[in-house]
Write a protein that binds this ligand. Structure first.
Ligand code: ZN
Length: 502
C-alpha cells in the first residue's frame, strides 16, 4: 500500500514547484535584471521563500509525513521509500524550527546585501559591505540557535545544512591532513626554480572566440544545450530551474583565458549532474543532488581532473589554436598544457591552482568560524583576511576587491558553505581514480574526444541515485573506500613532479 506515501510525494513536489519559481527569478536577477529592479525583486523572493516555507511547515504537511512514515514502517532499510522519508523528515524538522519571519528576513537581507556587495566590490570599499555582513552573521546566529541540537556549536549547524552529517571536528581532521602537505608542496614548487609559461594565458583572447570554444567544450563533455543555456553574470554559477532546464553562466575577460574556459568546464560539471538526475523523480529527494560537496566533486572532476589533463588538450588544443590563430599560432601544445597546470600562490580563489585552492578554503573556513563565534567582527575582516592569506601562501591581496570582497557567498548568507568545496575536491580525485580503475585507459579516450564513457560512469555511480545515500556513503559505494585526502594529494604530487620536477 502506498497511498499515504504517494500523498507525501505530491506534497513534496508542490514545494519543489514553488522553489523552482524562486530559481527562475534568481537566475533573472543575476543575468538579466536592471539595477532598478532590485528592491521589488527582494520582495518577490521573500514572498516565494515564505510561501515555500509555509507549505513545508504546515500541520497538513506534518500529518502527511507522519502518516507516510506509519504506512511505510515495514520498508527495508536500504529501500527508496526509507531514503525519501529520511530526507523529508530532516527537511521538515529543520523547517518547523525556523520561524517564517526569520526566513523572510534572511531572504530580504541577503537580496539587499548582494547588491551592496556588488557595489563594494566595484569600488573596492569593504566598509560598504561590512554592515551587511554583520547583519547576516547575526541572522545566521539566530538561525543556528533555532536549529542546534543540545551542545552543537553554531558553525556546526550551518555546515550540516550544506553537507548532511558533516561536522567541524571531521573538517578539522581533513584540513589538518591537508595543510602541512600542501604548504610543503607549494614551497617545493616555488623553490624548484622552474617557471611555467603561465603568462601566455594573459595574451589577447577575443571574447567571441572564447564563448564559441567554451560552448564547444561543454558540448563535447555532454552538456545538452536543448536542456540548458550559457549566459554571462558577475559571479559564475549553475542553477537548475527544473527537469529539462539546467543553466550555467560565466564571465569573459579578453586577457584571461582560464577564467571563462575552466569556469565553463566547472559549471558544465555541475549541470551534467543536474541533467543526470532522474527527471521522473523531480521534486522528491531521489531527484535531487546528494549534497553540495558531491555537487562540487562533479564540477572539479571535469574542470581539473579531465580539463587540465594532457590528453584532454591533445584533442582540444588544435581547436583552441584555430579559435585564436594570432594568439596561439606560435605556442607549442606542451607549453600550453604546462601553462594551464601552473602552481603559483595568488590572491583570488577562483583563479587559483589545484594545489593552493584548498588553502584558500582553509582561510575562509577559519574566518567563518571566528565570525560565527563572535571572535571576529565584520569590520576587521579585511585585515584578518590579508594576514591569514600571507600566513598560508606568503602573499597579500593588493586591494580588498581581490581580498575579502572577491566571493559572493557571504552576501547570500552562505556561511558554512566553503568547506564543501574542499570536500568536492577530495571526492573528485577519489572518483577519478576509481573511474580509471573501472574504465581502463582514460587518456586514450580523452585524446580521441570521447568523454561519454566517463560521463556514463558518473551517471551510474553518482547521478542516478539522487539522495538515496548520504554523501560519505555514496562516495564509499562509488569508489570502494571511504572519503580520504590521499587521492587528491597523490594527484597533486604527480602534477608537481610532472611540471616542476619536484
Ligand atoms: Zn562549483
Amino acid at each position: 500500500m502506498t497511498e499515504r506515501y504517494d500523498r507525501l510525494l505530491a506534497a513534496l513536489r508542490e514545494v519543489a514547484l514553488v522553489n523552482s519559481v524562486y530559481f527562475v527569478v534568481e537566475w533573472d536577477e543575476q543575468v538579466m535584471m536592471p539595477p532598478g529592479g532590485a528592491s521589488h525583486r527582494a520582495e518577490q523572493k521573500a514572498w516565494l521563500a515564505r510561501t515555500a516555507h509555509t507549505r513545508q511547515t504546515s500541520a497538513e504537511f506534518g500529518d502527511t509525513l507522519s502518516e507516510a512514515e506509519r504506512e511505510q514502517a515495514g520498508a527495508a532499510d536500504d529501500s527508496e521509500e526509507r531514503a525519501v522519508l529520511r530526507q523529508a523528515r530532516r527537511a521538515y524538522d529543520r523547517a518547523v524550527k525556523l520561524p517564517g519571519a526569520l526566513v523572510e528576513e534572511i531572504t530580504r537581507t541577503t537580496a539587499h546585501a548582494h547588491h551592496a556587495w556588488v557595489e563594494a566590490r566595484k569600488h573596492n570599499d569593504p566598509a560598504k559591505f561590512a554592515p551587511w555582513l554583520a547583519k547576516i552573521v547575526a541572522l545566521k546566529q539566530q538561525q543556528a540557535a533555532c536549529l542546534a541540537k543540545p551542545g552543537q556549536a553554531a558553525y556546526d549547524v550551518l555546515v550540516d545544512e550544506f553537507e548532511p552529517g558533516e561536522t567541524t571536528a571531521h573538517l578539522d581532521e581533513i584540513f589538518g591532513a591537508l595543510r602541512a602537505p600542501l604548504v610543503e608542496l607549494v614551497g617545493r614548487v616555488m623553490g624548484s626554480g622552474r617557471t611555467v609559461p603561465g603568462e601566455l594565458l594573459a595574451r589577447d583572447f577575443p571574447v567571441d572566440a572564447q564563448e564559441a570554444l567554451g560552448r564547444e567544450a561543454a558540448q563535447a563533455l555532454g552538456y545538452d544545450f536543448t536542456r540548458g543555456r550559457l549566459d554571462v553574470s558577475v559571479h559564475p554559477f549553475s542553477i537548475s530551474l527544473g527537469p529539462g532546464d539546467s543553466r550555467i553562466t560565466t564571465r569573459y575577460h579578453a586577457n584571461r583565458f582560464s577564467d571563462a574556459f575552466f569556469g565553463v568546464l566547472h559549471e558544465t560539471g555541475h549541470a551534467l549532474y543536474e541533467q543526470g538526475l532522474p527527471g521522473e523523480r523531480y521534486g522528491t529527494p531521489l531527484g535531487e543532488a546528494a549534497s553540495l560537496g558531491v555537487h562540487e566533486s562533479q564540477s572539479r572532476f571535469w574542470e581539473n581532473l579531465v580539463g587540465r589533463s594532457r590528453s584532454f588538450w591533445r584533442y582540444f588544443y588544435p581547436k583552441a589554436q584555430r579559435a585564436f590563430p594570432g594568439t596561439l599560432g606560435d605556442v607549442r601544445e606542451d607549453d600550453f598544457v604546462a601553462a594551464v597546470n601552473v602552481i603559483r600562490p595568488s590572491e583570488i580563489r577562483v583563479e587559483s591552482d589545484e594545489a593552493t585552492y584548498n588553502l584558500h578554503i582553509l582561510l575562509r573556513y577559519e574566518l567563518e568560524q571566528a565570525l560565527m563565534s563572535g571572535d571576529l567582527k565584520a569590520d576587521d575582516v579585511p585585515a584578518a583576511w590579508s594576514d591569514k592569506l600571507h600566513g598560508l601562501l606568503g602573499v597579500r591581496p593588493a586591494t580588498d576587491d581581490r581580498g575579502c570582497l572577491q566571493d559572493v557567498h557571504w552576501s547570500g548568507g552562505s556561511l558554512g558553505y566553503f568547506p564543501t568545496y574542499t570536500l568536492g575536491n577530495l571526492f573528485s580525485a577519489q572518483l577519478f581514480e576509481a573511474a580509471g580503475r573501472d574504465l581502463g585507459d582514460l587518456d586514450a579516450s580523452f585524446a580521441r574526444g570521447e568523454f561519454a564513457p566517463l560521463r556514463e560512469w558518473l551517471r551510474e555511480k553518482v547521478h542516478r541515485h539522487g539522495q538515496r545515500y548520504q554523501p560519505q556513503e555514496l562516495i564509499t559505494l562509488a569508489t570502494g573506500a571511504p572519503p580520504s585526502v590521499e587521492p587528491l594529494l597523490a594527484h597533486l604530487r604527480r602534477k608537481a613532479h610532472e611540471y616542476y620536477g619536484v
